[in-house]
Write a protein that binds this ligand. Sequence first.
Ligand code: SF4
Ligand code: SF4
Length: 472
Amino acid sequence: MTEINKSGTNDLFEEHKKVFPARVKGKFRSLKWKLLILFLSIYYFLPFIRWERGEGLPNQAVLIDTASRKFYFFFIEVWPQEVFIFTGLLALAAITLFFVTSILGRIWCGYACPQTIWTDLFIAVERFFEGDRVQRIRLQNNKLSFNKIWRKTLKHLTWLLISVFTGGAFILYFTDAPTFFKHLSEFQISYPALFWISTLTLSTYILAGFAREHVCTYMCPYARFQGSMFDEDTMIVSFDEKRGEPRGKVSNKNAGDCIDCNRCVAVCPTGIDIRNGQQYQCINCALCIDACNDIMQKVKRPTGLIKYDTLTNINARAKGLEGSKIRIMRPRSIIYLTLILTFSALIIYTLSAGKKMIDINVIRDRNPMYIQLSNGDIRNAYRVHILNKYPTEQKFTLSVEGVKGAVISTSHQGSNKEHGLIVNIKASDIGDYRLFVDIPKNNIKAGNNKIKFVVIGEKAQDIYDGIFIAPK
Ligand code: SF4
Ligand code: SF4
């Protein structure tokens, strides 16, 4: 049954308590800063890296070219016809995440998730303008004053500036970065670009500035199902209850090692108390480890009261037994590792030896299905696409096989029955032709006839199995 709170409304939802994480120093915090700088640098500067691909092709190392529907990643070029590679890459990324999570717990959430990174950055800005935890809480509770207004205004303006850069950087993955800046300087910015910049600016500002830990707690689906990847040997941030309890002052000789200073709670970005055991809000950021280690050093007790550990060890210690070594190779991780290796091998093969450098696609006209020419031959019309995936212009010979006496022609080239049609296609481009195939009526049967469309390039060839329809 829901209770009625003081304001007279039903307590369906927990009251929102703002979290003011305190500053902390330590090896995990320093690792998180380094990763934050690395990931943000990659995100903001990657579109500016150039990669020479040849004349007429984009020279941006990483680009999603929506006009040609191609994805460029340094030396890799993915065509729309190869979109299955993305599926493979996504599956590989997911399985790698499962593998890492099964061993190191929520390491993605704590160190690499964009929500964590941008929230960390926004909290650093907040701390710069409003001070550490105590000053921020005081400022929040203070009445409106000049001091409060200028601090909050500058904080929000800096947040907005970061958000605009974040939204702007996203666009650079879809367009040539220097050209975009040239257009920007001339105030020429397209409406779709403006829409995406505004949307990402707003979402960064709201998610990292206000929603913060609520994204992890209430919105992120991954937080909910990753428990299924955990087992007894997964590393989790945990409080050593046996050593820490009962809590008490340093001077209390009967108390455990936890001096109940609450420092681990104060630094926690999700505002939880790790001493209450495993909680789904814990993102395994390890900042409470840094905080507690610092306190332990100050009171001259061994560090590691809060640490990365496994449930196997925690349970063993609770029974007074010694903890054992971390088991990385176990059935679950071996399965994940096998899948990772298989997917990686398949993707590498598809992108190298297995990559088709020429691709022919043929669509037959359905209306009319065929026509009869004045000399009695039957004609079918087709739309032919030849993909030249080489970084240079190539000459191709297009012909049909499988039926005697077939003559092919395009709307702009005459017929050539002996050698096929010669077409030149620019580097990394698609040749689009309307093709006619004429066959003497006596050489084909009524209904469907199998024919092969053959395209032969300077270095490779491709065949498309098609159908030629003759009247009944
Ligand atoms: S920081 Fe360590 S000593 Fe302080 S309350 Fe947390 S667990 Fe106890
Ligand atoms: S409990 Fe510790 S590891 Fe978990 S989110 Fe809070 S500070 Fe990070």
